[in-house]
Design a protein. Structure first.
Ligand code: TXA
Ligand code: MG
Length: 349
Protein backbone atom coordinates (compact mmCIF):
# COMPACT_ATOMS: atom_id res chain seq x y z
CA UNK A 1 0.00 0.00 0.00
CA UNK A 2 1.26 3.47 -0.89
CA UNK A 3 0.92 5.98 1.96
CA UNK A 4 -0.05 9.43 0.68
CA UNK A 5 0.85 12.51 2.72
CA UNK A 6 -1.25 15.65 2.21
CA UNK A 7 -0.06 18.93 3.67
CA UNK A 8 -3.07 20.74 5.11
CA UNK A 9 -3.16 24.43 5.92
CA UNK A 10 -5.14 24.76 9.13
CA UNK A 11 -6.29 28.29 8.27
CA UNK A 12 -7.46 27.35 4.79
CA UNK A 13 -8.34 23.67 4.74
CA UNK A 14 -8.38 22.16 1.22
CA UNK A 15 -11.88 20.68 0.91
CA UNK A 16 -10.95 18.16 -1.79
CA UNK A 17 -8.24 16.62 0.38
CA UNK A 18 -10.54 16.60 3.39
CA UNK A 19 -13.27 14.86 1.34
CA UNK A 20 -10.81 12.21 0.19
CA UNK A 21 -9.84 11.53 3.81
CA UNK A 22 -13.50 11.44 4.86
CA UNK A 23 -14.31 8.93 2.10
CA UNK A 24 -11.57 6.60 3.35
CA UNK A 25 -13.05 6.71 6.87
CA UNK A 26 -16.59 6.16 5.58
CA UNK A 27 -15.48 3.02 3.75
CA UNK A 28 -13.77 1.53 6.80
CA UNK A 29 -10.20 2.69 6.09
CA UNK A 30 -7.55 4.42 8.22
CA UNK A 31 -6.42 8.07 8.13
CA UNK A 32 -3.74 9.64 10.33
CA UNK A 33 -4.49 13.22 11.31
CA UNK A 34 -3.17 15.90 13.67
CA UNK A 35 -4.77 16.73 16.99
CA UNK A 36 -3.57 19.38 19.43
CA UNK A 37 -1.90 16.68 21.58
CA UNK A 38 -0.29 14.15 19.20
CA UNK A 39 -1.14 12.68 15.78
CA UNK A 40 -3.99 10.15 15.82
CA UNK A 41 -4.65 7.09 13.66
CA UNK A 42 -8.35 7.32 12.87
CA UNK A 43 -11.08 4.87 11.86
CA UNK A 44 -14.89 4.82 12.05
CA UNK A 45 -15.48 4.05 15.74
CA UNK A 46 -18.82 2.35 15.07
CA UNK A 47 -17.39 -0.08 12.51
CA UNK A 48 -15.74 -3.09 14.20
CA UNK A 49 -13.73 -4.03 11.10
CA UNK A 50 -12.34 -0.50 10.86
CA UNK A 51 -11.29 -0.54 14.53
CA UNK A 52 -9.62 -3.92 14.02
CA UNK A 53 -7.49 -2.39 11.27
CA UNK A 54 -6.09 0.11 13.78
CA UNK A 55 -4.79 -2.68 16.00
CA UNK A 56 -3.24 -4.44 13.02
CA UNK A 57 -1.53 -1.30 11.65
CA UNK A 58 -0.05 -0.34 15.04
CA UNK A 59 0.69 -3.84 16.30
CA UNK A 60 -1.43 -2.90 19.31
CA UNK A 61 -2.63 -5.48 21.86
CA UNK A 62 -6.37 -6.01 21.33
CA UNK A 63 -7.22 -5.43 25.01
CA UNK A 64 -6.06 -1.82 24.78
CA UNK A 65 -9.13 0.35 24.07
CA UNK A 66 -9.32 3.32 21.72
CA UNK A 67 -10.39 6.92 22.35
CA UNK A 68 -13.46 8.04 20.36
CA UNK A 69 -13.09 11.57 18.96
CA UNK A 70 -16.25 13.65 18.60
CA UNK A 71 -16.97 17.14 17.31
CA UNK A 72 -20.09 18.13 19.28
CA UNK A 73 -21.80 17.35 22.58
CA UNK A 74 -24.67 15.45 20.89
CA UNK A 75 -22.12 12.92 19.62
CA UNK A 76 -21.41 12.01 23.22
CA UNK A 77 -25.04 11.15 23.83
CA UNK A 78 -24.88 8.66 20.93
CA UNK A 79 -22.20 6.56 22.57
CA UNK A 80 -22.25 7.13 26.35
CA UNK A 81 -24.78 6.38 29.14
CA UNK A 82 -25.13 7.90 32.62
CA UNK A 83 -23.57 11.21 31.59
CA UNK A 84 -23.16 12.97 34.92
CA UNK A 85 -23.24 16.64 35.85
CA UNK A 86 -19.48 16.43 36.37
CA UNK A 87 -19.03 15.26 32.78
CA UNK A 88 -21.06 18.23 31.58
CA UNK A 89 -19.02 20.65 33.68
CA UNK A 90 -15.74 19.22 32.42
CA UNK A 91 -16.91 19.39 28.82
CA UNK A 92 -17.95 23.02 29.29
CA UNK A 93 -14.58 23.87 30.81
CA UNK A 94 -12.17 21.85 28.65
CA UNK A 95 -13.78 20.74 25.36
CA UNK A 96 -12.67 21.05 22.69
CA UNK A 97 -9.33 20.25 24.29
CA UNK A 98 -6.88 17.70 25.67
CA UNK A 99 -9.22 15.89 28.08
CA UNK A 100 -10.56 12.34 27.61
CA UNK A 101 -13.50 11.16 29.72
CA UNK A 102 -14.30 7.53 30.50
CA UNK A 103 -18.06 6.88 30.68
CA UNK A 104 -20.35 3.85 30.49
CA UNK A 105 -20.88 2.94 26.87
CA UNK A 106 -24.06 2.44 24.90
CA UNK A 107 -24.61 -0.96 23.24
CA UNK A 108 -24.02 0.43 19.75
CA UNK A 109 -20.32 1.03 20.44
CA UNK A 110 -18.51 -2.10 19.26
CA UNK A 111 -16.34 -4.01 21.72
CA UNK A 112 -13.53 -3.83 19.16
CA UNK A 113 -13.37 -0.08 19.82
CA UNK A 114 -13.43 -0.37 23.61
CA UNK A 115 -11.07 -3.34 23.90
CA UNK A 116 -13.89 -5.46 25.32
CA UNK A 117 -14.78 -2.98 28.10
CA UNK A 118 -18.28 -1.69 28.93
CA UNK A 119 -16.92 1.83 29.15
CA UNK A 120 -15.88 4.19 26.38
CA UNK A 121 -13.19 6.88 26.27
CA UNK A 122 -14.34 10.10 24.57
CA UNK A 123 -12.60 13.31 23.65
CA UNK A 124 -13.42 16.41 21.59
CA UNK A 125 -10.11 17.52 20.08
CA UNK A 126 -9.32 21.16 19.51
CA UNK A 127 -7.43 20.93 16.23
CA UNK A 128 -9.44 22.41 13.35
CA UNK A 129 -8.31 19.66 10.94
CA UNK A 130 -9.47 16.94 13.35
CA UNK A 131 -12.83 18.61 13.95
CA UNK A 132 -13.46 19.17 10.24
CA UNK A 133 -12.54 15.55 9.48
CA UNK A 134 -15.07 14.27 12.01
CA UNK A 135 -17.77 16.53 10.57
CA UNK A 136 -17.00 15.89 6.91
CA UNK A 137 -16.94 12.10 7.40
CA UNK A 138 -20.01 12.00 9.62
CA UNK A 139 -18.08 9.38 11.63
CA UNK A 140 -17.09 9.35 15.25
CA UNK A 141 -13.39 8.66 14.93
CA UNK A 142 -11.65 6.04 17.06
CA UNK A 143 -8.03 7.11 17.24
CA UNK A 144 -5.04 6.03 19.28
CA UNK A 145 -1.76 7.85 18.86
CA UNK A 146 -0.46 7.17 15.33
CA UNK A 147 2.78 5.42 16.32
CA UNK A 148 3.80 1.79 16.19
CA UNK A 149 2.78 0.30 19.53
CA UNK A 150 5.39 1.03 22.22
CA UNK A 151 7.16 3.86 20.33
CA UNK A 152 6.95 7.54 21.33
CA UNK A 153 3.75 9.21 20.10
CA UNK A 154 4.11 11.24 16.89
CA UNK A 155 4.27 15.03 17.13
CA UNK A 156 5.05 15.48 13.40
CA UNK A 157 3.59 13.84 10.28
CA UNK A 158 7.12 12.59 9.52
CA UNK A 159 6.99 10.49 12.69
CA UNK A 160 3.75 8.87 11.53
CA UNK A 161 5.26 8.12 8.13
CA UNK A 162 8.35 6.61 9.73
CA UNK A 163 6.22 4.17 11.77
CA UNK A 164 3.31 3.44 9.45
CA UNK A 165 4.59 3.90 5.89
CA UNK A 166 2.97 1.29 3.65
CA UNK A 167 0.46 0.29 6.34
CA UNK A 168 -2.10 3.10 5.95
CA UNK A 169 -3.42 4.94 2.88
CA UNK A 170 -3.28 8.57 4.03
CA UNK A 171 -1.65 10.99 6.46
CA UNK A 172 -2.96 14.55 6.85
CA UNK A 173 0.08 16.67 7.65
CA UNK A 174 -0.80 19.70 9.77
CA UNK A 175 2.76 20.41 10.93
CA UNK A 176 4.00 20.16 14.51
CA UNK A 177 1.34 19.63 17.19
CA UNK A 178 0.92 22.22 19.94
CA UNK A 179 0.94 20.17 23.15
CA UNK A 180 3.10 17.15 22.39
CA UNK A 181 1.88 14.70 25.05
CA UNK A 182 -1.38 12.76 25.04
CA UNK A 183 -4.62 13.97 26.62
CA UNK A 184 -5.40 13.72 30.32
CA UNK A 185 -7.72 10.75 30.93
CA UNK A 186 -10.33 10.96 33.69
CA UNK A 187 -12.63 8.09 34.69
CA UNK A 188 -16.09 9.41 35.54
CA UNK A 189 -17.66 6.01 36.23
CA UNK A 190 -16.39 6.16 39.83
CA UNK A 191 -18.03 8.15 42.64
CA UNK A 192 -14.86 10.20 42.96
CA UNK A 193 -13.39 10.72 39.47
CA UNK A 194 -10.00 9.09 38.90
CA UNK A 195 -7.17 10.37 36.73
CA UNK A 196 -5.91 7.43 34.67
CA UNK A 197 -3.31 9.36 32.67
CA UNK A 198 -1.93 12.82 33.53
CA UNK A 199 -1.71 15.41 30.75
CA UNK A 200 -1.94 19.12 29.94
CA UNK A 201 -5.20 19.42 31.94
CA UNK A 202 -3.73 19.09 35.43
CA UNK A 203 -5.23 17.73 38.67
CA UNK A 204 -5.53 21.30 39.94
CA UNK A 205 -7.47 22.38 36.85
CA UNK A 206 -9.86 19.42 37.19
CA UNK A 207 -10.24 19.96 40.91
CA UNK A 208 -11.32 23.56 40.40
CA UNK A 209 -14.18 22.48 38.14
CA UNK A 210 -15.52 19.28 39.79
CA UNK A 211 -14.00 19.16 43.27
CA UNK A 212 -12.21 16.08 44.53
CA UNK A 213 -10.35 13.90 42.05
CA UNK A 214 -7.96 11.05 42.82
CA UNK A 215 -5.08 9.50 40.93
CA UNK A 216 -5.10 5.87 39.82
CA UNK A 217 -2.74 4.10 42.26
CA UNK A 218 -1.55 1.93 39.38
CA UNK A 219 -0.02 5.07 37.85
CA UNK A 220 2.13 6.06 40.75
CA UNK A 221 3.15 2.62 41.92
CA UNK A 222 6.32 1.05 40.59
CA UNK A 223 5.09 -2.24 42.00
CA UNK A 224 3.97 -4.17 38.94
CA UNK A 225 1.35 -5.92 41.10
CA UNK A 226 -0.77 -2.75 41.05
CA UNK A 227 -2.32 -2.61 37.58
CA UNK A 228 -3.26 0.76 36.08
CA UNK A 229 -6.93 1.00 35.12
CA UNK A 230 -6.20 2.38 31.63
CA UNK A 231 -4.95 -0.79 29.94
CA UNK A 232 -2.53 1.21 27.80
CA UNK A 233 -0.64 2.53 30.81
CA UNK A 234 0.65 -0.91 31.73
CA UNK A 235 2.88 -1.35 28.68
CA UNK A 236 6.46 -0.06 28.41
CA UNK A 237 5.55 2.83 26.31
CA UNK A 238 6.71 6.07 24.78
CA UNK A 239 10.05 4.35 24.59
CA UNK A 240 13.04 5.13 22.37
CA UNK A 241 15.12 2.24 21.01
CA UNK A 242 18.06 3.30 23.19
CA UNK A 243 18.18 2.75 26.94
CA UNK A 244 17.11 5.78 28.96
CA UNK A 245 18.09 6.68 32.51
CA UNK A 246 16.93 9.76 34.43
CA UNK A 247 19.30 11.48 36.82
CA UNK A 248 17.76 13.47 39.67
CA UNK A 249 19.30 15.79 42.26
CA UNK A 250 21.06 19.15 42.64
CA UNK A 251 21.98 20.64 39.26
CA UNK A 252 25.77 20.44 39.86
CA UNK A 253 25.55 16.81 40.94
CA UNK A 254 23.38 15.86 38.00
CA UNK A 255 25.77 17.41 35.49
CA UNK A 256 28.78 15.73 37.09
CA UNK A 257 27.06 12.34 37.21
CA UNK A 258 25.82 12.46 33.62
CA UNK A 259 29.26 13.53 32.39
CA UNK A 260 30.94 10.71 34.31
CA UNK A 261 28.50 8.10 33.02
CA UNK A 262 28.88 9.43 29.49
CA UNK A 263 32.69 9.32 29.58
CA UNK A 264 32.60 5.78 30.81
CA UNK A 265 30.37 4.60 27.94
CA UNK A 266 32.28 6.60 25.36
CA UNK A 267 35.43 4.72 26.38
CA UNK A 268 33.61 1.66 25.13
CA UNK A 269 32.77 3.48 21.90
CA UNK A 270 29.09 3.73 22.76
CA UNK A 271 27.02 6.57 21.34
CA UNK A 272 25.46 8.52 24.22
CA UNK A 273 22.66 11.09 24.00
CA UNK A 274 21.98 13.65 26.72
CA UNK A 275 18.73 15.51 27.37
CA UNK A 276 19.59 18.77 29.10
CA UNK A 277 17.90 22.14 29.45
CA UNK A 278 18.77 25.58 28.04
CA UNK A 279 20.42 26.34 31.38
CA UNK A 280 22.75 23.32 31.32
CA UNK A 281 23.41 22.03 27.78
CA UNK A 282 26.71 23.85 27.31
CA UNK A 283 28.14 21.98 30.31
CA UNK A 284 27.69 18.45 29.00
CA UNK A 285 30.46 16.47 27.33
CA UNK A 286 28.52 14.02 25.18
CA UNK A 287 28.51 13.93 21.37
CA UNK A 288 24.77 14.30 21.18
CA UNK A 289 23.45 16.86 23.64
CA UNK A 290 19.95 18.24 23.06
CA UNK A 291 18.13 20.88 25.08
CA UNK A 292 14.49 20.09 25.81
CA UNK A 293 13.90 23.81 26.45
CA UNK A 294 14.09 26.25 29.32
CA UNK A 295 13.36 24.64 32.69
CA UNK A 296 10.59 27.17 33.41
CA UNK A 297 8.86 26.53 30.08
CA UNK A 298 7.02 23.31 30.92
CA UNK A 299 4.83 23.58 27.85
CA UNK A 300 7.95 23.64 25.68
CA UNK A 301 9.40 20.64 27.51
CA UNK A 302 6.19 18.66 26.91
CA UNK A 303 6.13 19.65 23.24
CA UNK A 304 9.75 18.63 22.57
CA UNK A 305 10.00 15.39 24.57
CA UNK A 306 8.86 12.78 22.02
CA UNK A 307 10.64 14.44 19.11
CA UNK A 308 13.93 14.31 21.01
CA UNK A 309 13.50 10.63 21.87
CA UNK A 310 12.87 9.92 18.18
CA UNK A 311 15.77 12.13 17.05
CA UNK A 312 18.14 10.11 19.24
CA UNK A 313 16.88 6.93 17.58
CA UNK A 314 17.63 8.44 14.17
CA UNK A 315 21.15 9.28 15.35
CA UNK A 316 21.66 5.68 16.42
CA UNK A 317 22.28 6.62 20.04
CA UNK A 318 22.57 3.55 22.30
CA UNK A 319 22.09 5.18 25.70
CA UNK A 320 20.30 8.36 26.76
CA UNK A 321 20.79 10.22 30.04
CA UNK A 322 18.19 12.82 30.92
CA UNK A 323 17.73 15.43 33.58
CA UNK A 324 14.64 14.98 35.70
CA UNK A 325 11.81 17.51 36.24
CA UNK A 326 9.44 18.69 38.94
CA UNK A 327 6.24 16.63 39.20
CA UNK A 328 3.95 19.61 39.79
CA UNK A 329 1.34 20.80 37.28
CA UNK A 330 2.20 19.77 33.71
CA UNK A 331 5.40 18.33 35.18
CA UNK A 332 3.36 15.40 36.44
CA UNK A 333 2.57 14.38 32.85
CA UNK A 334 6.12 15.02 31.66
CA UNK A 335 7.60 12.86 34.43
CA UNK A 336 4.96 10.15 33.90
CA UNK A 337 6.03 9.81 30.25
CA UNK A 338 9.76 10.10 30.96
CA UNK A 339 9.64 7.49 33.72
CA UNK A 340 7.72 5.09 31.52
CA UNK A 341 10.11 5.64 28.64
CA UNK A 342 12.96 4.93 31.08
CA UNK A 343 11.29 1.83 32.48
CA UNK A 344 11.49 3.65 35.85
CA UNK A 345 15.30 3.76 35.84
CA UNK A 346 16.15 6.81 37.90
CA UNK A 347 19.43 7.64 39.64
CA UNK A 348 19.36 9.91 42.70
CA UNK A 349 22.57 11.91 43.14
O1 TXA B 1 -4.21 12.83 23.16
C1 TXA B 1 -4.67 11.71 22.99
O2 TXA B 1 -5.44 11.17 23.81
C2 TXA B 1 -4.30 10.96 21.69
C3 TXA B 1 -4.92 11.73 20.51
C4 TXA B 1 -4.73 11.01 19.20
O3 TXA B 1 -6.26 12.00 20.78
N1 TXA B 1 -4.76 9.62 21.73
C5 TXA B 1 -4.17 8.67 22.51
O4 TXA B 1 -4.69 7.40 22.35
O5 TXA B 1 -3.27 8.90 23.27
P1 TXA B 1 -3.95 6.09 22.85
O6 TXA B 1 -4.75 4.98 22.28
O7 TXA B 1 -2.54 6.15 22.47
O8 TXA B 1 -4.16 6.09 24.39
C6 TXA B 1 -5.42 5.84 24.91
C7 TXA B 1 -5.34 5.42 26.35
C8 TXA B 1 -4.79 4.02 26.52
O9 TXA B 1 -3.91 4.03 27.64
C9 TXA B 1 -6.05 3.22 26.82
O10 TXA B 1 -5.77 2.07 27.58
C10 TXA B 1 -6.91 4.22 27.56
O11 TXA B 1 -6.67 5.42 26.86
N2 TXA B 1 -8.34 3.92 27.46
C11 TXA B 1 -9.12 3.98 26.35
N3 TXA B 1 -10.38 3.58 26.63
C12 TXA B 1 -10.42 3.29 27.96
C13 TXA B 1 -11.44 2.83 28.85
N4 TXA B 1 -12.66 2.58 28.43
N5 TXA B 1 -11.09 2.63 30.14
C14 TXA B 1 -9.83 2.88 30.58
N6 TXA B 1 -8.82 3.32 29.78
C15 TXA B 1 -9.11 3.51 28.49
MG1 MG C 1 -0.57 5.80 22.45
Amino acid sequence: MITKVYKINRDNIDTDKLKEAAAILQTGGLVAFPTETVYGLGADAMNPDASRKIYAAKGRPSDNPLIVHISKWEDLEKIARDISGKAKKLADAFWPGPLTMILNKKDQVPKETTGGLNTVAVRMPKDEIALRLIEESGCLIAAPSANTSGRPSPTLAEHVLKDLNGRIPLILDGGEVGIGIESTIIDLTEEIPVILRPGRITNEMLNKVIGEVTIDPGLISEDSGVKPKAPGMKYRHYAPKAGLVLVEGEEENVIAKINALTEELQKHEKKVGIIGTDETVSRYLGDYVISIGARKDEEGIARHLYRILRDFDELGVEMIYSESFSSQGIGQAIMNRLLKAAGHQILEV
